[in-house]
Design a protein around this ligand. Structure first.
Ligand code: UDP
Length: 440
């Protein structure tokens, strides 16, 4: 690459809007990842355009985050929220809008980084249409997820096929942990290139508040033992496990035990339904006097919550990476997490926290109590946790690794087989068959 103007990247995240409020239904780690990676790449001199689907008329079509980094929203289907399992049919229209945008702005994105399987399909079509090189991050693997839920959605077959195809055809897949890479190899395909580049967090923001100040701000007794959960209300997140584990804690009698469950929800939507279910369990266990549900916690207040907690619990049934774990760790708070996926990579048992089998309430109780009962050990774990995040998981470090990958890919010539595919595609039609067949 010889000119900075060529340092251009399209980050595609059809269902995870990087400019939206984080912590509500379907807005979680992916939104944070795309936004933070985009901003950090912008600081490294990349022109970053992040593409997503517009869900309401009051959303701006273009949001400028910094000089080099913006979110661009396309209308695909009605201007309303559509759950991700129902989004596939809107993708051809999304691609049409993308192509029109390129034409209007006289840009052709040579490099596209797609996020989640829906966007991976968009990226694969753009590869066929214009030879864009594709980097892909899964954020969640159908092959793993469908093993952990009871009701497999009708879209599952399509998703599994798309996830296999992108692994075999993208220039590079970014796995966010060695565990995720292993899942791809054992459950999806042996073919394809995989690099491991983790997710990151803001080590200045998380870790900026000390425990005493945090507790004073939140009006929490300095002597209380505080257990914190942060995340979406989704059964896959295992909130029930932390509630039942705290309910069975040996410290329950001491009156000083306190559980905070932070996360947004909308009544009637799937997250509202899960919140109601969790509140039902809290009442059933007689825990309403020791539990607090403050709702969605914005990114500015989150560091205070993490700092105020004695332990942060991440009880997911499945977690490809788990940003909450590294945010808590960066804040100097040890983590008790399920022994699954990316959490096995971020949390080092007995060093930065503890791991327990998912949904194993007694194991979670035991792990939480061990940390709560030994303040000095708790502080040592917390300090080691922060050091681990500083060394391995800062956004700037993550963006530097991605930047290096993108630069290498842009320098590589387009492969012969791709040139042939492109020639064939151009001969047949300007729009790939997959797009045409789903058009009305
Ligand atoms: N989050 C937030 N406010 C909330 C709940 C969650 O800002 O009330 C953020 C949290 O800080 C983290 C992200 O949402 O950055 C959740 O990411 P994670 O990878 O832990 O889970 P996911 O939502 O991707 O399943």
């Amino acid at each position: 690459m010889n000119a900075t103007s060529e340092k251009r990247i399209a980050l595609i995240s059809v269902h995870g809007d990087p400019a939206i409020e984080i912590g509500k239904e379907e807005a979680g780690g992916q939104n944070v990842y795309v936004r933070k990676v985009g901003e950090a790449l912008g600081r490294l001199g990349w022109q970053v355009d992040m593409f997503t689907r517009q869900v309401s008329a009051d959303q701006q079509q273009i949001v400028q985050h910094s000089e080099n980094c913006r979110t661009i929203r396309f209308q695909a289907g009605a201007l309303e929220f559509v759950p991700r399992d129902n989004l596939f049919d809107y993708l051809p229209e999304f691609i049409e809008k993308f192509l029109a945008f390129q034409k209007e702005n006289n840009i052709t994105y040579q490099l596209i980084h797609t996020n989640y399987w829906l966007s991976s399909w968009v990226g694969m079509q753009l590869k066929k249409i214009q030879g864009s090189k594709q980097v892909h991050t899964y954020h969640s693997l159908g092959a793993v997820k469908y093993n952990t839920i009871e009701n497999i959605p009708p879209i599952a077959t399509k998703r599994l096929a798309v996830e296999k195809e992108v692994l075999e055809t993208a220039e590079t897949i970014v796995a966010t942990s060695p565990q995720e890479k292993q899942h791809m190899r054992s459950l999806v395909s042996k073919k394809g290139n995989i690099d491991i580049i983790p997710c990151g967090t803001d080590v200045q923001q998380f870790g900026s508040v000390d425990r005493e100040t945090a507790r004073a701000k939140l009006n929490i007794d300095p002597e209380a033992k505080v257990v914190l959960y942060v995340g979406r209300f989704d059964p896959r997140k295992g909130i029930e496990t932390v509630v039942r584990a705290v309910g069975a804690s040996e410290l329950r009698e001491s009156q000083k035990l306190h559980l905070i469950i932070g996360g947004g929800s909308t009544p009637g939507n799937s997250d509202g339904i899960e919140r109601d279910r969790i509140e039902g369990i809290i009442n059933e266990l007689g825990m309403s006097d020791i539990t607090n549900l403050p709702g969605r916690l914005c990114q500015t207040v989150l560091p205070t919550y993490y700092a105020a907690a004695d332990v942060c619990v991440v009880p997911s049934h499945y977690e490809p990476f788990g940003l909450v774990a590294i945010e808590a760790m960066a804040s100097g708070t040890p983590v008790v997490a399920s022994d699954v996926g990316g959490l096995q990579f971020t949390v080092v048992p007995e060093v930065t926290g503890l791991l327990a089998p998912p949904q194993d309430v007694p194991a979670f109780t035991k792990a939480i109590d061990r940390i709560l009962m030994d303040q000095q050990w708790r502080n040592e774990l917390g300090q080691a946790a922060r050091e681990r995040v500083i060394n391995k998981f800062s956004w700037d470090g993550v963006a530097a690794q991605l930047s290096e990958l993108y630069t290498q890919l842009l320098e590589q010539p387009v492969t012969k087989s791709l040139v042939q595919t492109l020639e064939q595609t151009l001969e047949q039609t300007a729009v790939p068959p997959a797009v045409e067949s789903t058009k009305q």
